[in-house]
Design a protein around this ligand. Structure first.
Ligand code: XLS
Ligand code: MG
Length: 344
C-alpha cells in the first residue's frame, strides 16, 4: 500500500509524435488504457473536456452529458475516480491567440463555452476540480496584448466559472512559457495572487507541475511548499525536466533526484492527500519506447515516488535537529546524500 493515491491522464500514454516527427506507436483505445492504469496502481483519471467527450464542439449539451455518463460508468466499472476536468484551450482554431485573454471577443466567448462544458462534465463524472493549464494565455509578440488587461481578463473568466457553479474548485496549473512565450500566470506566487483577486479565493488554488517550476528557474519543492503554506495546493503533477528547455515531462525524479526527494518530503510532512488530493504523474514515454513498453514511465514514476516516500518517512529529524543546532549544514547535506544513495 502506498501512502499516496496516484492519478494520470489518457495523454500520458501517447503515440510518441513530437514537433519534429510523426507517431511511432499504435493508438490505444481509452477503455484499454484505463484498464491498464488500474492494474499498474493508478486510482484516478484526469481529463481534458474532450478526452471525456471527443468532438464536444459538435454536440448538444444533452449529448455531452450523456457521453460523460458513459465515461463515469466506465470509470466506476474499473474502480477508478475522476480527479479533474481541464478545458483544452490550445488546439482549436478559436484559441490561436489564447482563450480567456484572446484579443478576439468571439474567441473569449468560445473559451468560456469550453470552461462551462468542462464544469458540466466534471459534475457528471463526480469531481469538483477544474484545472486551468493556461497554455496560450500570454503573448508571442509582447506588444500584442495589454499585459494588465490580460490579468484582469483571466480573473474575470475565473469569476464567471465560480458564478456558474457554486461548488466547483479552480486549480490553476502555472507554466512560464511553451507554447506561449510569456505566460500571464507563470508561477505558484502568481496563482495565489490571482486566487486572492478572485470573487471567492477559497475556491481558487493551484496544481504544481515539477517540470513547469524548473522551466521557471525554480525548485518544484519550494513551489509545492508555497502552495501548501497557503493551503491551496490541491493537486500536483510530479515529473522531471533537464533544465530550462522544451517541456520534457520525464519520469519523476530521474533528472533531479534530490529535488524529487524534497518534493515528496514536503508532501509527506504536510500530510498531503489527507483531504483526498491525488498525486498526479504528468509523465511522457520516451519516443524510443516500443508499443509493448509504453506504460513503463508511469510504473517507474510510481516506483520512484514510493521509494522516495519510504526515505522521507524514515528521515532522521533528530539528526537534522542536531546539525541545525551545531549549524553544521555540511553534515546534514551529507546525511541526505547518503540517505538517497542507500547508505543510510
Ligand atoms: C500540462 C499538461 C496539461 C494539463 C492539463 O502540463 O500536460 O495537459 O496538465 O490541462
Ligand atoms: Mg501538467
Amino acid at each position: 500500500m502506498s501512502r499516496f493515491k496516484y492519478s494520470v491522464g489518457p495523454w500520458n500514454v501517447h503515440e510518441g509524435a513530437d514537433s519534429f516527427g510523426p507517431s511511432v506507436r499504435k493508438t490505444i483505445e481509452f477503455g484499454r488504457k484505463i484498464e491498464t492504469f488500474k492494474k499498474i496502481g493508478i486510482d484516478a483519471i484526469q481529463f481534458h473536456d474532450d478526452d471525456a467527450v471527443p468532438e464536444l464542439n459538435d454536440l448538444t449539451n444533452e449529448q455531452i452529458i450523456a457521453r460523460a455518463k458513459e465515461v463515469r460508468s466506465l470509470l466506476s466499472n474499473n474502480g477508478l475516480a475522476a480527479e479533474f476536468v481541464a478545458p483544452r484551450l490550445w488546439m482549436d482554431g478559436h484559441t490561436i491567440d489564447g482563450g480567456f485573454t484572446s484579443n478576439s471577443e468571439k474567441d473569449r466567448e468560445f473559451a468560456m463555452y469550453r470552461a462551462y462544458r468542462s464544469i458540466d462534465i466534471a459534475n457528471t463524472l463526480g469531481c469538483d476540480k477544474i484545472v486551468l493549464w493556461l497554455a496560450r494565455e500570454g503573448t508571442l509578440c509582447y506588444e500584442s496584448k495589454d499585459p494588465v488587461l490580460a490579468v484582469h481578463r483571466l480573473v474575470e473568466a475565473i469569476n464567471k466559472m465560480l458564478e456558474y457553479d457554486k461548488n466547483i474548485k479552480i486549480l490553476i496549473e502555472p507554466k512560464p512559457n511553451e507554447p506561449i512565450d510569456r505566460n500571464v500566470c507563470p508561477t505558484m506566487g502568481h496563482v495565489m495572487a490571482v486566487s486572492a483577486a478572485s470573487s471567492d479565493p477559497s475556491r481558487v488554488g493551484g496544481l504544481l507541475e515539477s517540470a513547469h517550476a524548473i522551466l521557471a528557474g525554480l525548485d518544484p519543492a519550494s513551489e509545492i511548499a508555497f502552495g501548501l503554506a497557503m493551503k491551496k495546493l490541491w493537486s500536483v503533477h510530479l515529473n522531471d525536466q533537464n533544465g530550462m528547455r522544451f517541456d520534457q515531462d520525464k519520469s519523476f525524479a530521474v533528472e533531479n533526484l534530490r529535488q524529487g526527494f524534497n518534493q515528496i518530503k514536503v508532501l509527506v510532512e504536510n500530510n498531503y492527500g489527507s483531504n483526498g488530493e491525488f498525486v498526479g504523474l504528468d509523465v511522457k514515454a520516451m519516443r524510443t519506447q516500443k508499443d509493448e513498453a509504453c506504460y513503463e514511465h508511469i510504473k517507474n514514476s510510481i516506483k520512484i515516488a514510493n521509494m522516495l516516500t519510504e526515505k522521507a518517512e524514515r528521515y532522521d529529524y533528530k539528526y537534522q535537529q542536531k546539525c541545525v543546532e551545531e549549524r553544521n549544514y555540511e553534515a546534514l547535506e551529507m546525511y541526505v546524500m547518503e540517505l538517497l544513495m542507500g547508505v543510510k
